[in-house]
Design a protein around this ligand. Structure first.
Ligand SMILES: C[S@@+](CC[C@H](N)C(=O)[O-])C[C@H]1O[C@@H](n2cnc3c(N)ncnc32)[C@H](O)[C@@H]1O
Length: 268
């Protein structure tokens, strides 16, 4: 089933980038998740690249460093505010990127075998029904990389902030395509599916009070859907965080992710 969650947090790319930076700073795993996802891959073969739910270009930025300097790179995202920051990250001396503002649903407009490399970084859970189309537009020797969360981490995050599962959009979204079910969802469409786990947590000490506040406010439309993005944290949620900071001196939030690297697309 397609999901129609509020994407309001993603309409401010500078805020999204600032939160990505907080995640980087507070991660207990010092390796960059994008480098782990791409580790050992030779992407020099890729001359046509598609990034689905590209946002401000977090994943494409890492991919662009590894592909041919003149590779054609296309990003698709529902939020038009991402266009400029995306193009800034992707464009190089001999490359002009392209951004398409579009709500991805069940269909892609490109002919079969159009791309050598397709990525969907923390986005496939918004439009999981696109997977057969990804297999169709991917070249036979192409590669599809999907980054996602572990459902277990989303459950732990909700527990840490004292939000009941039933009130939150986080688990329904993550269940659409997660580390736990991604292999099963991809298997009908790819002859080879490899999973690479990225074990991580975010650790915030009392001095990093502002960081945890910014991180949770960004996630608010998913944690407590009735709230406006960026609004103050609901009182019970903030009290839970304050209690952890004063009793344990820090808050640790699970943030385990996984990358699926898929080859040999199987077309209907
Ligand atoms: C968590 S962000 C990830 C962005 C980027 N790939 C990254 O790794 O930082 C999810 C992105 O998917 C986009 N998105 C969500 N649903 C979408 C849809 N149905 N069609 C197109 N973009 C969508 C949002 O606008 C947002 O930029």
């Amino acid at each position: 089933m397609m999901v129609d969650w509020s994407l309001s947090s993603f309409e401010s790319p500078s805020w999204h980038a600032a939160v990505a930076d907080i995640i980087r700073r507070r991660s207990t795993n010092r390796a960059d998740v994008r480098e782990v996802a791409l580790d050992g891959l030779d992407l020099s073969f890729a001359s046509a690249i598609l990034d689905l739910g590209c946002g401000f270009g977090f994943m494409t930025e890492a991919v662009a460093r590894r592909v041919a300097p003149d590779a054609r790179i296309v990003g698709v995202d529902a939020c038009s505010a991402n266009e400029q920051p995306y193009l800034e990250r992707v464009t190089g001396p001999s490359r002009v990127g392209r951004f398409i503002r579009r709500q991805i649903d069940k269909q892609l407009d490109w002919p079969d075998d159009s791309f050598d490399l397709i990525v969907a970084s923390y986005s496939l859970y918004f439009f999981p029904e696109i997977i057969p189309e990804v297999a169709r537009v991917l070249a036979p020797r192409g590669l599809f990389i999907a980054l996602t969360h572990m459902e277990e981490s989303c459950r732990d995050l909700l527990h840490a902030v004292g939000v009941e599962n039933t009130d939150s959009h986080l688990r329904p979204v993550s269940r659409n395509f997660s580390a736990e079910n991604g292999g099963r969802l991809l298997a009908p469409w790819f002859g080879e599916v490899e999973r690479v786990d990225y074990h991580n947590s975010l650790a915030f000490g009392a001095a990093e009070h502002d960081d945890i506040l910014a991180y949770l406010r960004f996630k608010l439309p998913f944690l407590a859907p009735a709230s406006e993005p960026g609004s103050e944290l609901p009182e019970p949620l903030w009290r839970t965080i304050q209690a952890s900071l004063s009793h344990q001196g820090r808050v640790v939030l699970a943030k385990n992710d996984a990358a699926f690297r898929c080859r040999k697309p199987l077309c209907p």
